[in-house]
Structure formats: structure tokens, C-alpha cells
Design a protein around this ligand. Structure first.
Ligand code: FES
Ligand SMILES: [Fe+2]
Length: 426
């Protein structure tokens, strides 16, 4: 079955998604113009994961991150505040900081030597006196600051939109997941990231983590058999108004301990959210309380995956090693579960470029019309909740995606060129 137009690669986002019908045209994974719009709206108006405070404990500590395709430095300044700014020199556009993380009092560009402090201010320009005759207004050529940086439970996010809701509000019911993931940890610490590239549009991964507990019984049959794991049946699928989707397992499920790294279902807090997988819209995903992901869009059919493991700094070396070994065995570039997903996403992309294929509707109808609000299993959550096998998370993801794709781009920080003052006496 094929859908009515869109015609051509620049079809409007609204023509590609029918949320009432629960269908999506696969052009959303194929269109270069749509990616440009995503970068201008979805990735500027959403809170994006930048890193964890465990990497930023002392002034001068920094880590680097990517917001859509915008590379940023995240650092704790001398005043204790966490700031982020574009990792792009204002002189000729060189990457200023070329390390993944570390500690620095200044960021000095390796091309011509412009130097920025921990607040992003331009503090030194070689040949300022003889080359620029002392006239360059240094205060107008600092690194471009990310408009807002906020943290929840040590997870640091940035956003370019002044009018976005506060991070805690944006996270919505997903706060319960981050609470659950970190409650038992004395000193949460992220190890990584491991980075790799994969053929596939970034949304293929983000929407799967937001939603899909349907695929493991088929896609991961070999891996789950090998690991001796049965897929849960007692759980919920959730969809937030901000586009987050996630799946939780309930204590009554016989596989609860296997999916929560041995937690005892009898001592589980009422209303807690034991995560199977989830996505904070648009591209920050988690597997249980252990593996964290960002799916970076490198191009329309190419994503770069950054993957971390959440551990406790106070764990013994052996506990740490075990956590890392399990994560690497299952979910890493060569993990026995990961490669099943990678294969599916890349094959979807590989067969997606055809003219007729591009006009074919895909099915997101599981659970359509059977979700509820106010589910007692998730107290306080006001979004939609469905049975564990339900596309409600993916529908929430694409509802928000469409809302942002059709909405305005935010006003960005001051990036206009500053004029060069005239020489004195002229
Ligand atoms: S590009 Fe950075 S100093 Fe020239
Ligand atoms: Fe999977």
C-alpha cells in the first residue's frame, strides 16, 4: 500500500505523518532537506544531553559534546557554574578544543592561537597590537554560548531555546527513570563514550529505544537465548507530551531481576520506574540503568553513536569490570545484541531510497486507541500509557517531532559580526 503524495524530496513534514492513522512515510528517514529543518528546529528547541557532572567536578574540568551537528565544549567555570559554548573558533572556524575531556584554564586554538577562558571569553589574540593595531573588540569575539545549561541528577543538558521549559519540567515523567537509575549509587559516574558510525538515520535508533519492546523476540532471538533471558510481559509503555518514550518493567514480571541487574522485586519502591529502554526526545537514550546513548545525525543516512556505561565510582574494581564487561558484551559496537539492531537499521536505510518505497506508509498502529492516562502503575504521570507492547512511545516521539518541525526556530545567541572600530584619529 502506498500513501498519497508527497512529491519530491522536500515534502513537508506534515504530509509524511498521520498520527490519527498511526502511519509514517519513510521519507522522514531519507530527506536531506528534512534533516536541515530538524537541525534548525528539533535540535535547537529541545534539551540535548551534554554529559555528566562526574566529568565536571572541579573548575576547569571540561568535556566535549555535539548538539545536532553543533560541536560544543562543556566546562565548569571558575565561578562553579557549568557553561557550554560552540567548540568553534571565532577567527576562522577551527575546532578549539580537540580533546574529549580533561581540565584546562584556557582553550587555545591550534590554528592562529586565539585563546578563550573558561567562560568562553576571548582573552588573548596573537599580534593584537601590530596586526589588529589593538582595535579588535575582544569582548565581541568570544565563543558562542549555549543559551541554557541545566542539570538533573547530575545529567547535564543544553538548549538553544530561551523559551523552552525548565529541564526538570521538560523531562516530565522521565525524571522517575533518572531517579531510579541513580538512587542506589553513591557516586554516579559515566565511563566513555565509545563512539562509532552506523549507516542509518538517527531516528531509527531513537524511536526504537523510545518504544520498541516488540522486536527482541525476533531480532534478538539468538542473543536472548544465549543469555538465557525471556522478554518481559508485565510492563508499561509511556509517551510524554515532550516526545519522550520509554518502557518499564513491573515487579510482578518474572524477569524483573534479570532486567534490573538483580534488584529484588519484593523491595521495589511503589511507583518506581524500572527502565527497560527509553529515549529523552530527541536523541538521548538509555538501556536499563546501565547504558546511555546519544544518536548524533551526521547526515541523513549516517549516525554517530556515543555510548557510556553508568557505574558507581565507589564500586570495587571487580564490580566495575563486571558492569563494563556485560555492557560491552551486549550493547557496544560489536555487542551481541547491538549488532542485531545495527543490522536492521542499516538495512532499513539501504532499501529506503527508491521512488515507490519512499511513498510507502509504515505502521505505527500497535495499541492505537487503547492507551490510557492516569495509570496507577505510573503515579503522577499525565502522559499516555499503554501495554508493554504498544507504539505509544513512537507516536509521542513523532507527535513532538512534527510539532517542532512545523514550528519556528528559536532566536539564537548573538552571532552577528562585530565591526572593527576605526583607528583613533581618523
Ligand atoms: S582559526 Fe582559530 S585562531 Fe585562527
Ligand atoms: Fe534491540
Amino acid at each position: 500500500m502506498t500513501t498519497a503524495p508527497p512529491e519530491g524530496p522536500s515534502a513537508a513534514a506534515r504530509d509524511l505523518i498521520d498520527l490519527d492513522l498511526g502511519t509514517l512515510n519513510r521519507e522522514v528517514f531519507e530527506s536531506g532537506p528534512l534533516l536541515r529543518t530538524e537541525l534548525a528546529t528539533v535540535f535547537t528547541r529541545s534539551w540535548l544531553f551534554l554529559g555528566h557532572e562526574s566529568r565536571l567536578s572541579r573548575p576547569g574540568d571540561f568535556t566535549t559534546a555535539v548538539m545536532g551537528q553543533d560541536h560544543v565544549i562543556v566546562t565548569r567555570s571558575r565561578d562553579g557554574r557549568i557553561r557550554a559554548f560552540l567548540n568553534v573558533c571565532r577567527h576562522r572556524g577551527m575546532r578549539v578544543c580537540r580533546a574529549d575531556s580533561g581540565s584546562a584554564t584556557r582553550f587555545t586554538c591550534s590554528y592562529h592561537g586565539w585563546s578563550y577562558d573558561g567562560t568562553g571569553a576571548l582573552v588573548e589574540v596573537p599580534n593584537h597590537d601590530d596586526g589588529y593595531e589593538g582595535r579588535l573588540p575582544l569582548d565581541r569575539w568570544g565563543l558562542v554560548p549555549v543559551t541554557r545549561v541545566e542539570s538533573y541528577r547530575g545529567f547535564v543538558f543544553g538548549c538553544w531555546d530561551e523559551d523552552a521549559p525548565p529541564l526538570a519540567e521538560y523531562l516530565d515523567g522521565y525524571r522517575g527513570v533518572l531517579d531510579w537509575a541513580t538512587d542506589g549509587l553513591d557516586e554516579p559516574e559515566l565511563v566513555g563514550p565509545i563512539k562509532w558510525r552506523l549507516q542509518g538515520n538517527w531516528k531509527l535508533a531513537a524511536e526504537q529505544f523510545a518504544n520498541d519492546t516488540y522486536h527482541p523476540q525476533t531480532a534478538h532471538l539468538s542473543a536472548t537465548s544465549l543469555l538465557g533471558v525471556n522478554m518481559p510481559t508485565e510492563g508499561r509503555e509511556l509517551g510524554s507530551r515532550y516526545g519522550h518514550g520509554w518502557t518499564i518493567i513491573l515487579p510482578e514480571d518474572p524477569n524483573y531481576a534479570a532486567f534490573t541487574f538483580g534488584r529484588d522485586p519484593d523491595s521495589a519502591e511503589p511507583g518506581h520506574q524500572a527502565l527497560i529502554h527509553g529515549t529523552v526526545f530527541p536523541n538521548f537514550s538509555m538501556l536499563g540503568d546501565r547504558v546511555l546513548r546519544v544518536w548524533h545525525p551526521r547526515s541523513v543516512d549516517d549516525m554517530e553513536i556515543w555510548s557510556w556505561v553508568l557505574v558507581d565510582a565507589s564500586w570495587s574494581p571487580e564490580q566495575r569490570r563486571q558492569a563494563m564487561r556485560m555492557a560491552t558484551l551486549t550493547f557496544s559496537s560489536t555487542g551481541i545484541v547491538e549488532t542485531d539492531d545495527s543490522e536492521n537499521w542499516s538495512e532499513i536505510q539501504a532499501v529506503g531510497g527508491g521512488h515507490v518505497t519512499g511513498r510507502t506508509a509504515l505502521n505505527y498502529q500497535m495499541g492505537l486507541g487503547s492507551t490510557t492516562t492516569g495509570d496507577p502503575a505510573v503515579p503522577g504521570f499525565t502522559g499516555e500509557v499503554g501495554h508493554i507492547l504498544n507504539d505509544v512511545g513512537a507516536r509521542a516521539f513523532y507527535r513532538r517531532w512534527l510539532e517542532l518541525m512545523e514550528g519556528p526556530a528559536p532566536t539564537l545567541p548573538q552571532t552577528a559580526p562585530a565591526p572593527m572600530p576605526a583607528p583613533s584619529g581618523r
